[in-house]
Design a protein around this ligand. Structure first.
Ligand SMILES: Cc1cc2nc3c(=O)[nH]c(=O)nc-3n(C[C@H](O)[C@H](O)[C@H](O)COP(=O)(O)OP(=O)(O)OC[C@H]3O[C@@H](n4cnc5c(N)ncnc54)[C@H](O)[C@@H]3O)c2cc1C
Length: 456
């Protein structure tokens, strides 16, 4: 079969690549090869007895506008929902503690509330409040710094352990002292460079936002930057699939190799082959490395250095009469707490339309290596026991769903951008091959859509 563009992987990156290629007026054939029986990749939603259960992503950030733009293009604007609640807890000293009001990134903008918080010692609070007096560090162009070093340097160790690590490093599933500032949080480095301190940067931004607040048209800007879709995130991939008019999607087709034959590439899926002049690979780094052995050993070796972590999400349904959830979206866990869970999101408190009126829906995140082999029943027991120590729970969960992501959470370690540069240099020898995805140039769905739009 002859095809102009082959996209490998039908997750959001692959589907939106096809969508933007079609929109760009690309005249060639577009084929997506997907190993699993369904398109959508990590984006999937189960609808069962009135519950809307997200398998992996449950929301996206709107400050990076690419996914929001796509949602508008797809006519899904009316599906967008905002969080019903924005309060969340930190588990510290085995207690759920409210985050002091006004804590913006790591900057305590409401000093009185911050000074009263039991989350930090007196010394830890004074250290964080002194951030604006800490001189800015100028990084050389090729220098990186870990998130742990950055937060400790600017705000002190307590801010890192009790707040910044569980909240921010958790998103990247990377230990703080290994997480790259340049790749994961360039905006914090930019604030430090421009304003000398994050405290001053936030203060300036608040002044601008005060101006905006005066303008009625801007009142939506005051909302949480995270949104979701009423019917769950799969609404997005279903809508994308419907819009693809020229693209052929072949499922149950695991790509095993890509070879270069003169000006074209031959893609093998078992005993079937497909030829194309352009190949867009949207697989996780280790899976991309596996299929590129015939192309370049150097590329394979470089891709193998991108590490990833594993995660399991257990979603539990409780009858409301058995479980009294506080009015919050859930909790993350401070460093040093003795728990098997790494976070919990109370979906039915965070979003409307997630559970029947009579029930609560609770997501429990596991990332410790020792839980990766446990059975679903064992995980249900662990999660139910840990939750019952924190919130009034009288009965067992009435339903549960488990989704596992072995080595599927990319880690952005210090030096990530230099690795990307080396990969890009190696790819120059293979015009027509493009690598995209969450390990590459941004971890969330909006970043994936941005990359897809970029190549079209
Ligand atoms: C637990 C979890 C929670 C998350 N929460 C959020 C969130 O709330 N918000 C957010 O913005 N992001 C979130 N993310 C990140 C988000 O899910 C990803 O950025 C995004 O879904 C990645 O899409 P993708 O298309 O690049 O990869 P994938 O969705 O992984 O798609 C890759 C596809 O390639 C296929 N494939 C693999 N190997 C082969 C092969 N050899 N041949 C053919 N096909 C193959 C796979 O089956 C898959 O369908 C979360 C991720 C996880 C794991």
């Amino acid at each position: 079969m002859q095809s102009n563009t082959i996209i490998i992987g039908a997750g959001i990156t692959g589907l939106s690549s096809a969508y933007y290629l079609e929109k760009s007026g690309d005249k060639g054939l577009i084929t997506i090869l997907e190993s699993s029986p369904n398109a959508g990749g990590k984006i999937a939603t189960t609808y069962e007895d009135g519950f809307v259960v997200e398998h992996a992503p449950d929301s996206f950030i709107t400050t990076k506008p690419y996914l929001l733009d796509l949602i508008r293009d797809l006519g899904l604007t009316r599906e967008i929902i905002h969080p019903a609640n924005s309060k969340f807890f930190i588990l510290k000293n085995s207690e759920l503690m409210s985050v002091p009001s006004g804590l913006t990134f790591m900057v305590p903008t409401d000093k009185d509330a911050f000074m009263q918080s039991p989350m930090f010692s007196e010394e830890g609070k004074l250290r964080a409040l002194n951030e604006e007096n800490i001189p800015a560090k100028i990084l050389a162009d090729d220098e990186d710094e870990s998130f742990g070093e950055f937060v400790e340097r600017r705000f002190g160790k307590e801010m890192l352990d009790n707040y910044a690590e569980p909240l921010f490093a958790g998103i990247y599933s990377t230990p703080s002292y290994e997480l790259s500032m340049r790749a994961a949080f360039p905006q914090f480095l930019a604030m430090e460079q421009k304003y000398g301190s994050l405290t001053r940067a936030i203060s300036e931004k608040q002044k601008e936002s005060e101006e905006n607040k005066k303008n009625e048209a801007n009142k939506n800007l005051q909302r949480s930057p995270f949104v979701s879709l009423k019917g769950g995130m799969q609404t997005l991939t279903d809508a994308l699939l419907k819009q693809l008019e020229k693209t052929t999607i072949i499922t149950d087709c695991k790509v095993t190799s890509v070879e270069k034959l003169g000006d074209i590439y031959r893609i093998s899926c078992g005993d079937k082959t497909y030829d194309a002049s352009r190949v867009i690979i949207t697989l996780p780094a280790h899976a991309a490395a596996e299929i590129l052995c015939e192309i370049s050993n150097d590329l394979v070796e470089e891709l193998a250095t991108f590490s990833s972590n594993s995660s399991r999400i257990l979603t539990l349904a409780y009858r409301k009469e058995d479980c009294e959830l506080p009015g919050a979206t859930g909790y993350v866990i401070a460093r040093g707490e003795d728990t098997m869970l790494s976070a919990s999101t109370w979906s039915s408190k965070k979003w409307n339309h997630r559970a029947p009126e009579t029930h609560h829906l609770v997501r429990c995140f596991f990332s410790k290596p020792e839980v990766m082999k446990l059975s679903k029943d064992e995980l249900v027991m662990i999660a139910a026991e840990e939750l019952s120590k924190l919130i009034p729970i009288a009965g067992n969960p009435v339903k549960s769903w488990l989704n596992s992501y072995p080595n599927l959470l990319p880690q952005y370690k210090v030096g990530h951008l230099q690795k990307l540069d080396r990969v890009r240099t190696l790819l120059e020898e293979f015009p027509g091959i493009q690598l995209l995805g969450a390990y590459y140039d941004g971890i969330g769905m909006p970043d994936c859509v941005k990359q897809a739009k970029g190549i079209a």
